[in-house]
Design a protein around this ligand. Structure first.
Ligand code: ATP
Length: 912
């Protein structure tokens, strides 16, 4: 059962019956078999628009040589080798290689992290295979697959519809037409009609905005209509993040300054009588050591590795700038159901015939009973309970299955709870759906807040409805009682609304149930029939708050982040849960609940003023979310907004960080979002904010360390010339200092643990770059102080020969070795200073970063080797030092700690 690529190119599928299309594609209504899917995946390749880019380690290695300075240094070393300086040139080569390997690993790790993230964020779609519904990644879909389309899906491939229920598809991406098109499975006879008119086809890339459908896939990947367009458009390049852009600019400016200084020093050296080649190599080494050309790569690396860390905590970042913005979040607008609550619904209460009924049992297991306050047990013999159970089962799209002893739900938990309730009442579900086939439906949407289905019944068609009580009650004219249908008086309505409030006030999610008998008419459309309803009763279900959400809310409060609950649920249910989670608390004024309807009555200015003391927006529609984001952004807030439904996409797009739900979210929402919460959990979002702050902190630590080292080196090395002294370090030594300090310790700083105050300080303003006053002051103090200790040390050893070396040839190498050792030690000590630019080293814990300790020990051991081990000392032109020298170098380097501590103290005082 194989089909060829060529088979797919020709037929005009829209002109054929669904059955014929299935035959042509060698498929069936049950879907393909697992084996056949594998064969077809081989034949057709992945359902992707362009072959996914593979990371080639070789290319990454090659990229390391893009650095022009490195190449010049290698060329100069080669010339020097030819001129007889064999040893020096080989050592230079070795050090350059070590730098290249280090750079390679750093970049390779970042690329792998980015690729892994892309895989995690891959879109999914539901298909029928071997008669079972399975969710697969879109790239695995093959021609002949049976695609199950739901509201909010991005259509995974081109397909011929076999079945539709009110399916509307937005095809703007293909046709430019922004109004969704109503689709149907009917045959279209004309073969040559434009895509926009092929109403029985759906096309990859378009969006199902309403309803559902079943279709057989006719083309995948680049063979789809969208694939053809994509081919014409070519590849889209990822934009650098704002931080990358800013850092890249700073990197370029600093590079130019360093280069100019290095060139100046080379010229001065030549004037002073040094050989031109030696001076050239020295100058380039200085430039290699000081030019921060790798800054943007370092930032990208830190962001993508940070994103992997977030993914480990279930927050999947889709766009890298989100990592950066995440740490600046000032307001989180979050959904309630499933995010702040567990989304494990259980019906607890019914209100039938103005009587309170308690439902027992737990979870989705259909075991429990219905008893009234006066201990009467209700059964199916009670016609009102019978009807309530029937509506709960039939006006429902969820399914429950018993797997390995546990009851598993597929679908919306609200519907799962209703299904369980109906089964608890004792209705025979398979029999019921067989006897009452569904004739039509209006699916649930968060705007109408209700759902209705029409079923065949012995007495003719009947419509069943469930939804928010306020959205059903206005259409009810009668009510069902044990004695039959009775008129629905105003007093009944008021009583039900009062009970609705009471149930909602105890944090229950409340739905109303109703029905209407219909006359058998061919032109029956469900929408027009949602009037003259018969009221059946209220259902109150419990959805407990997530235990971790309370702690996450209080962490937000400490971190200066306002949390706003934005929900479609009843204001009292929402308010009760918000209260439970501590959302209504605020220092000073209390927080209030505002309804969607009230929001409609406020203009933007009034809403702006109200937001300040509103913790809950209830009964909102998606457009309210968009307005809220806009108002908050006008206020200058950095807004993270969560969403799941297809209508939430505009608000998510507009927010600074759109966050989609991984479990309950539609594909379109996930696509629009900058981040996906794999577990739908609010606490995960807060963890992502924390990671975002930590990543920025670490980039800052890395930069402060790198720049303070480089700045110090360049001032010391060129300063000596101005003071009429010889070179304080030779080229090889400069490269070594660069390798030992910019290498492992800098890497270790990039993965430094979070500061203890990370979630107890206010959010960083988005416009605040890395070079704040604090950072600039620290850079100046560190580089200045190092110059202040090292230059006089050099002059002292060179001019006064304190160790009394008799061989005058040894005086300069000895002085240079002192500079070399003190510089390396000072930079290693400085790595600890840079662990926080605000807090004392003793607050962040000097030994908290084990990697840094290891990196410092390795770098130190290597440097001691280079100085004390004679063969290495010969290579590096150093002279072994005695313990006095080491003590002096160590003491001077350690003095950097109190100097930086005092500076930080002064900076903290000033900030207060
Ligand atoms: P959020 O997830 O944004 O916190 P929510 O899930 O509580 O909000 P919606 O899903 O928009 O909000 O539901 C709003 C109201 O619609 C609910 O309070 C309930 O009365 C009703 N409702 C929810 N799900 C269904 C459904 N499947 N069928 C009918 N009515 C529903």
């Amino acid at each position: 059962m194989t089909i060829e690529n060529s088979d797919l190119a020709t037929p005009a599928y829209h002109t054929l019956e669904g059955e014929a299309v299935l035959q042509l594609l060698n498929s069936s209504a049950q879907g393909l078999s697992g084996e056949e899917v594998l064969t077809r995946q081989e034949a057709f390749g992945p359902n992707e628009l362009a072959a996914g880019k593979k990371i080639s380690p070789f290319l990454i290695l090659l990229r390391q040589f893009q650095n022009l300075l490195m190449v010049i240094l290698l060329v100069a070393a080669a010339i020097s080798f030819l001129l007889g300086e064999h040893l020096d040139s080989l050592v230079i080569l070795a050090i350059v290689l070590a730098c290249v390997i280090l750079g390679f690993f750093q970049e390779y790790r970042a690329e792998k992290a980015a690729a892994a993230l892309q895989r995690l964020a891959a879109p999914h779609a539901a298909v029928l295979r071997d008669g079972e519904e399975v969710v697969v990644t879109v790239s695995e879909i093959v021609p002949g697959d049976i695609l199950l389309v739901h509201t909010g899906d991005r259509i995974a491939a081109d397909a011929r519809l076999l079945e539709t229920v009110n399916l509307m598809v937005d095809e703007a991406i293909l046709t430019g037409e922004s109004t969704p098109v109503a689709k149907s499975e009917a045959v279209l006879p004309a073969p040559d009609i434009p895509i926009a008119d092929r109403l029985n086809m759906i096309f990859g890339g378009s969006v199902a905005t309403y309803g559902r459908g079943v279709a057989v896939v006719t083309a995948t990947g680049m063979n789809t209509e969208f694939g053809r367009i994509a081919q014409m458009l070519g590849e889209v390049r990822a934009e650098p993040t704002p931080l990358e852009k800013r850092i890249s600019l700073i990197g370029r400016v600093l590079s130019l300054i360093c280069l100019a200084v290095a060139i100046g020093a080379v010229l001065m050296g030549i004037v002073k009588g040094y050989g031109w080649l030696a001076m050239l190599i020295w100058g380039i080494s200085l430039a290699v050591a000081s030019v921060p050309e790798s800054l943007p790569a370092v930032v990208t690396g830190a962001l993508s590795i940070g994103a992997t860390r977030m993914a480990r905590r279930q927050a999947i970042v889709k766009r890298l700038p989100a990592v950066e913005t995440m740490g600046c979040t000032t307001v989180i607008c979050t959904d309630k159901t499933g995010t702040l609550t567990k989304n494990e619904m259980t019906v607890r209460r019914l209100y039938l015939e103005h009587r309170r009924v308690t439902v027992t049992g737990s979870g989705y297991e259909p075991k429990g009973d219905f008893h009234t306050a006066d201990h009467e047990i209700l059964t199916l013999a009670n016609p009102v309970l019978h009807t309530a159970a029937r509506i709960s089962l039939l006006c429902n799209d969820a399914t429950l299955k018993q797997e390995e002893g546990a009851w598993r739900l597929r679908g919306d938990p609200t519907e799962g709870a209703l299904l369980t309730m109906g089964l608890k009442a004792g209705l025979d579900y398979p029999h019921l759906i067989q006897e009452h086939p569904r004739l039509g439906e209006v699916p649930f949407d968060s705007k109408r807040k209700r759902m209705s289905t029409i079923h065949q019944d012995t007495a003719g068609p009947v419509m069943y409805l469930k939804g928010a009580p306020e959205n059903l009650l206005p259409f009810c004219v009668r009510q069902l009682t044990t004695q039959g249908e009775k008129p629905f008086e105003e007093a009944d309505r008021e009583d039900i609304l009062a009970e609705n409030s009471r149930l909602a006030g105890s944090a229950l999610r409340v739905l109303g149930l109703a029905y209407r008998r219909l006359s058998d008419r061919p032109e029956l459309t469900p929408e027009s029939e949602e009037t003259d309803l018969v009221w059946v009763g209220l259902v109150g279900m419990m959805d407990p708050p997530r235990p971790e959400a309370k702690e996450a809310v209080s962490r937000c409060r400490r971190a200066g982040i306002k949390v706003i609950m934005v929900t479609g649920d009843h204001p009292q249910t929402a308010g009760a849960i918000a209260n439970d989670l501590g959302l209504m608390k605020k220092s000073g004024a209390g927080q209030t609940v505002l309804c969607g309807q009230e929001v409609n009555q406020l203009n933007d200015e009034e809403l702006l003023a109200t937001v300040e003391h509103t913790a809950v927006f209830a009964r909102v529609a998606p457009e309210h979310k968009l307005r809220l984001v806009e108002v908050l952004k006008r206020k200058g807030e950095i807004v993270a907004m969560t969403g799941d439904g297809v209508n939430d996409a505009p608000a998510l797009k507009r927010a600074d960080i759109g966050v989609a739900m991984g479990i309950t979210g539609t594909e379109v929402t996930k696509e629009t979002a900058a981040m996906i919460l794999a577990d739908d959990n609010f606490a995960t979002l807060v963890a992502a904010v924390e990671e975002g702050r930590a990543i920025f902190d670490n980039i800052k630590k890395y930069l402060v360390f790198l720049l303070s080292c480089n700045l110090g080196e360049i001032i010391i090395l060129t300063g000596a010339f101005f003071l009429g002294l010889p070179m304080p370090l030779i080229a090889l030594q400069i490269l070594w200092v660069n390798l030992t300090t910019d290498g492992l310790p800098a890497l270790a700083l990039g993965i430094d643990p979070k500061a203890p105050d990370i979630m107890s300080r206010p959010p960083r303003p988005l416009t605040e770059g890395v070079f704040t006053n604090t950072v600039n002051t620290l850079l100046a103090v560190i580089a200045g102080y190092k110059t202040l200790i090292i230059l006089p040390l050099f002059a002292y050893y060179y001019l006064y020969n304190p160790t009394g070396a008799t061989d005058s040839e040894q005086i300069l190498p000895h002085a240079q070795t002192m500079v070399f050792v003190t510089l390396v030690l000072a930079e290693l000590v400085n790595a600890f200073n840079c662990r926080s630019s605000r807090l004392s080293l003793f607050t962040v814990g000097p030994f908290a970063n084990r990697f840094l300790i290891a990196a410092v020990i390795i770098s130190l051991a290597m440097t001691v080797g280079v100085v004390q081990c004679t063969p290495l000392a010969t290579l590096f032109h150093t002279t072994p030092l005695d313990w006095h020298d080491w003590l002096l170098a160590g003491g001077l380097s350690l003095s950097l700690i109190p100097v930086v501590e005092l500076t930080k103290l002064a900076l903290r005082r000033r900030a207060q």
